[in-house]
Design a binder for this molecule. Sequence first.
Ligand SMILES: Cc1cc2nc3c(=O)[nH]c(=O)nc-3n(C[C@H](O)[C@H](O)[C@H](O)COP(=O)(O)OP(=O)(O)OC[C@H]3O[C@@H](n4cnc5c(N)ncnc54)[C@H](O)[C@@H]3O)c2cc1C
Length: 477
Amino acid sequence: MIEQTEVVVIGAGIAGLTAAYQLGKADDFDVIVLEKEDRVGGRTVRGEHDGFVYARGTEYLGEPEGLLKQLIRKLDLQLREIPSPCDAHWHGGQFYYGEDGIAAMYIEQSSLSDYNRFVQTIQKQADAYVEANEFKPNGKLADLDRMTAREFFQQNGFGDIYQQNFNVAARGLFGASIDEISALSFIPEIAFDYYDTEPISETRAARLNRDRPRRGSEETGTFSFTGGIAEVTLALQNELGHAVRLQSTVTSVQRDGKEFITTYRDARGNLRKVRSLMVVLAVPAPIAAQIAENELTAEQRNLMNRIEYAGYVTISFYTREIVWDGAFDLAVEDGHFFTDVYDATWIQRQYDSSVRNRNDSIFTVYIAPRSYKDRSVLNMSDQALLESSMADLKKVFGANIETKITGQTVLRFPYAYPVMTPGAYARLRQLNDLNARNDGLFLAGDYMIYPTFEAAVDSGGLAAELAQEYYDETYED
Ligand SMILES: Cc1cc2nc3c(=O)[nH]c(=O)nc-3n(C[C@H](O)[C@H](O)[C@H](O)COP(=O)(O)OP(=O)(O)OC[C@H]3O[C@@H](n4cnc5c(N)ncnc54)[C@H](O)[C@@H]3O)c2cc1C
């Protein structure tokens, strides 16, 4: 027997859950969500350990706008600003904390005028973000889309310290180096940190606070929830109730007249089929291209097969005493095995009094490849990952760190980030134009817009709008 519904959503990451929520709740369609894993959220993963709730994948957001803002309100979630200092750097054997500390590091390693020029250049380019988000990189923006981030640094005369540090940032944020991502895709991320930064005068440069700043003394414009970003995905799952079917791996989508037959393997290993009027495919591009091989156009498949993914690993270490609480995120200088160390309890400690004064803690290291083409970190054994991480942890935090660790958990992300290689925005535009012309089968996911949580929300919302329009045109007269 073939089950019948109006919409099948494939993948319960944030893109699929958003599409399902919009179609099921706001537009009142009958929806079934099929998810391969035994949990929702995809790359938004939450760990729980002894009263701590912590992020293992998606960590933070900029200030939500648009659909995500509306969802947070509707789901009655409490957005929390991440206390400052949000960022710190470990460079040349020294810690540089917060905005002042990091500025001091750049000024020491380059010059005050170079630093001010860097901030101004990035701010001037920040408008690129807004326009590029509409997938319309014209003129100068099209040049930035074609150029690598390294070429942008070189053309503007930003030397080694900028290239090295932003290479680590690019690897941490996208799993790819500055030689691999387009300047246009990286500038918004850099601008995020420098949007409100004022030029630094000689007098102020001499007085920059190099000590560890008081926690929470500045606004950071960076947000999460006490229980991590997974609060959003879990709340959406809750709203969708039985519509979400876990451990349901979709193997194919086939057209049958105007309708679709989706085949999936359920938790017991049985093959099942659902007939629907529409399908939203919200899985990483290569999986989507394979599942709907016969139903996507050759042009769509061609574009999707050109999207490459970086592999990535995170390890969360449980510790008997606090090892790192200097900032939410510590970026580690180039040449190390991991790019970042997050205090995984930073947000909960601020907003949940039951854990505030605990001595034990959790920190998470983010292990990105040197190049997205290198997928070797995914194939390393847990033991090898731990040994390489420990060697670096000893360099940063001292040899006795090992004695403070009580356990750890390793997580691999084979589809961590769709890489925004040069030309990415031009491809996005084509993919989105084709999606708008589809007959009942719509693509969603961060690869359709930008590799962040909020962009994935927007892509789910866009797919839901397209589905609604298609339904109105096809069935409502
Ligand atoms: C380590 C890491 C840290 C990150 N940190 C941040 C951050 O701090 N801030 C930020 O904004 N973004 C961050 N991101 C990016 C962000 O996580 C993603 O952009 C976003 O979660 C993508 O959502 P999605 O729904 O498009 O895809 P996914 O979350 O990948 O969801 C796809 C879903 O499809 C399911 N699926 C796959 N195949 C099938 C199948 N055959 N049948 C059924 N289901 C299937 C998967 O199991 C998954 O649940 C991070 C990513 C990683 C990897």
